[in-house]
Ligand binder design. Sequence first.
Ligand SMILES: Nc1nc2c(c(=O)[nH]1)N[C@H]1C(S)=C(S)[C@@H](COP(=O)(O)O)O[C@H]1N2
Ligand SMILES: [Mo]
Length: 250
Amino acid sequence: MSREISRRALLGGFTGLGSLLLTGCSREMFLPPQVRGGLVGAADVLTMGANRFLQRDQPLAREYQWSDISHPFPTWAQTNPPDEEYQRLRRGNFAEWRLPITGLVARPVTLSLDDIKRLPARTQITAHVCEQGWSAIGEWTGPQLQRVLEEAGGALPAARYVVFTTYDGWYESIDMFEVAHPQTILAYRLNREELPMGNGAPLRLRVERQCGYKNVKFLKTIEVVDSVAGYGRGAGGISADYGFHWFAGV
Ligand SMILES: Nc1nc2c(c(=O)[nH]1)N[C@H]1C(S)=C(S)[C@@H](COP(=O)(O)O)O[C@H]1N2
Ligand SMILES: [Mo]
């Protein structure tokens, strides 16, 4: 079976199933940006559809108590981006760090860390689950992503994904369903202290219902797009480009 035929079979079959499950929801809610062929693709669509279906009744990831927190919270994968610009910004305590928000927004804007700290913040104690076999509980503080996008006049109707790039060359994307989720925040504090470098200073994404690798550290840019085809290999994230699921629900 050619890739195109299997893709169509998948789309047809699972669009029907998905519509049953997600009455009133759009097709995008259970389709990753790039649908892989064969069983892997079918698993991706089913996982995402089932996850979103379950979330309709229990929209928040579990939140814990201060006494549940893991000390210390691990630092994992990249912990100190060698990028020269990053190192310069870090030496200046990120006073000159700026976050451009561009693409499908009403008014592209560039925010400083102080701008972000002035926004209303959410604090949440959640479990971080790394796909590589460990988990930890931490308290994260920062504005909701949706609120940050409002600083750019909000996303335009054509928006489908928000893409994040980082100072260590990573990129990731989440869809507008995840963007609108109340626990999707940009965190600048961990356990009531300034976000340590190893955990992604000065600002990282927290997307609490997905695996570790979706929680991108060292944010550099935010772009609102209708397609992720122009990034990397087009799967919507560096991990997905190398075979991980784009939707990494836990
Ligand atoms: N920019 C960037 N973000 C990243 C990573 C990375 O290497 N670079 N690693 C990811 C992975 S696999 C995990 S589990 C978490 C680890 O977050 P921590 O270092 O705060 O424990 O960050 C995620 N975000
Ligand atoms: Mo991870």
